[in-house]
Ligand binder design. Structure first.
Ligand code: FES
Length: 183
């Protein structure tokens, strides 16, 4: 290859590079603009999602309070009339909703829905094991909070909230281990 053809080829190549850089700089600027715009949209999306999440939590809390405020108050026993380790069936909140009141020790009373969360058999209290037992498929529930200890029940037993007032045990609402109980 002659010197002149080498020079000509070099000049052509540097001209192409200059043109390419010019174009490339424009493309890079545009790309930066697009990325900033996309990032802005992303931030907007995240903020919106967080705001919606906060609204949902507020609505949930409001609904839980509304539910709590409509539970009836009902006397279920006179403190002391059930022996330690004993239990009594009562109805709450409706006349068909059987619940079990248990005197766990001298001063402690707890109450739960008697309907097993598996297939609705009636649970009974085992004083020997200090737990609620479903005789149908050996589902066991904690006497402390109603959570499932063993067996097929898919959910905890709904707990009846009690209040001791003037020597009487009053049912004031229901709750479930880990969440509010819907009526
Ligand atoms: S009905 Fe209670 S364990 Fe199946």
């Amino acid at each position: 290859m002659s010197d002149s053809s080498v020079r000509s080829s070099t000049v052509q190549s540097s001209e192409e590079t200059r043109l390419w850089r010019e174009e490339f700089s424009v493309a890079a600027a545009e790309q930066g603009y697009v990325e900033r715009r996309q990032f802005g949209k992303f931030l907007l999306l995240i903020s919106g999602a967080m705001f919606a999440g906060q609204l949902w939590l507020l609505a949930k809390e409001w609904m839980a309070r509304a539910r709590r405020s409509v539970w009836p108050r009902r006397e279920v026993a006179v403190a002391g009339e059930i022996p330690v380790g004993g239990a009594r069936v009562f109805q709450y909140p409706g006349p068909m909703d059987n619940c079990l009141l248990v005197r766990v020790d001298e001063t402690r009373y707890v109450a739960y829905s008697q309907k097993c969360t598996h297939l609705s058999c009636a649970v009974i209290y085992s004083a020997a094991h200090k737990r609620l037992e479903c005789p149908c498929h050996e589902g066991y529930f904690s006497i402390d909070d109603g959570h499932v200890i063993q067996g097929p029940p898919p959910r905890p037993l709904p707990k009846v909230d009690l209040e001791l007032s003037g020597g009487k045990l009053i049912a004031i609402g229901m709750s479930e281990f880990g969440k509010d109980q819907e009526r």
